[in-house]
Design a protein around this ligand. Structure first.
Ligand SMILES: Nc1ncnc2c1ncn2[C@@H]1O[C@H](COP(=O)(O)OP(=O)(O)OP(=O)(O)O)[C@@H](O)[C@H]1O
Ligand SMILES: [Mg+2]
Length: 257
């Protein structure tokens, strides 16, 4: 009797630990997969004007990956990036960011989620012209009614080499400086993913190297996931992985050493 009790007790303990282990494994996996895209489609227009800008795209990205998206003009890169960031809604398909099915959210909650979990960097910076450098960078915090972490802001301004430009307005900055402000704005909330649409498309090679090394720095230092669209082969070759898009589809997906 005592022996069978001990056996069943032992079995219970084993099952308990096994389930704990499985949970930890599962949690670890969920933690690692920061983005999952399932059968994503975006169709513009109707009838003979119909354009399948994103055509049944599925892939996933691990936390801390630095991914380059490349492809010809008009192949659907920006459309895809906007869908990944919750800027636009897909015709069909799903996008999960850190486990959240983002298109199950209504517009208000999607906007809040985007502000907290997605850092977007545009080719043309998209800064608010009447706000100075500090105000542009801290805009996502202010919109959230969150207090700005002064130390974090100081560290960020230093990293971005903008300490001496705090009170400047965007039109008083060079292109590279404006892009650095937009990186600051994207990173201030430590988003789950950073999405950049040709962030160096408008810059000379020196400024563009600085921007890429900044993105690399936040990728390495904070294990920040970065997805970047680029036409620049040199930049793409620095990524951990290159996804090639053609006619709205993924035609190549290669990891690099
Ligand atoms: N709002 C829209 N309405 C209709 N068609 C659109 C719209 N936005 C994009 N498209 C079409 O979708 C396709 C993909 O456009 P997208 O901007 O994603 O391309 P891209 O790969 O980013 O190009 P580029 O390298 O030139 O920026 C193009 O054929 C484009 O004409
Ligand atoms: Mg584009």
């Amino acid at each position: 009797m005592a022996e069978s009790f001990e056996k069943s007790n032992h079995l219970c303990i084993s099952i308990f630990y096994y389930s704990l282990l499985n949970k930890a494994k599962k949690k670890g996996k969920e933690y690692m997969e920061i983005l999952r895209v399932e059968n994503l489609n975006k169709i513009y227009g109707k009838g003979e004007n119909e354009v399948k800008a994103v055509d049944n795209v599925s892939f996933s990205v691990e936390k801390g990956e630095f991914v380059a998206i490349v492809g010809a003009s008009g192949s659907g890169k920006s459309t895809l990036l906007h869908l990944l960031g919750g800027v636009d809604r897909p015709t069909s398909g799903k996008v999960y960011i850190d486990g959240q099915d983002i298109y199950s959210l209504d517009d208000d909650n999607l906007a809040i989620f985007r502000r907290r979990q997605v850092g977007l960097i545009y080719q043309f910076y998209n800064l608010i012209p009447i706000l100075n450098v500090e105000e542009n960078i801290t805009l996502p915090c202010n919109l959230d009614g969150k207090e700005v972490d002064k130390n974090k802001l100081d560290e960020l301004l230093k990293t971005l080499k903008l300490e001496n430009r705090r009170k400047h307005l965007p039109n008083e900055l060079s292109g590279g400086q404006q892009q650095r402000v937009s990186i600051g704005r994207a990173i201030i909330n430590s988003p789950a993913i950073m999405l950049a649409d040709e962030p160096t498309g408008n810059l000379d090679s020196k400024a563009s190297e600085e921007i890429i090394s900044l993105l690399r720095l936040s990728n390495k230092k904070y294990n920040q996931t970065v997805i970047i669209i680029t036409h620049d082969e040199k930049i793409a070759l620095e990524a951990d992985r290159i996804i090639t898009i053609d006619d709205g589809r993924i035609v190549k997906d290669e990891k690099q050493d």
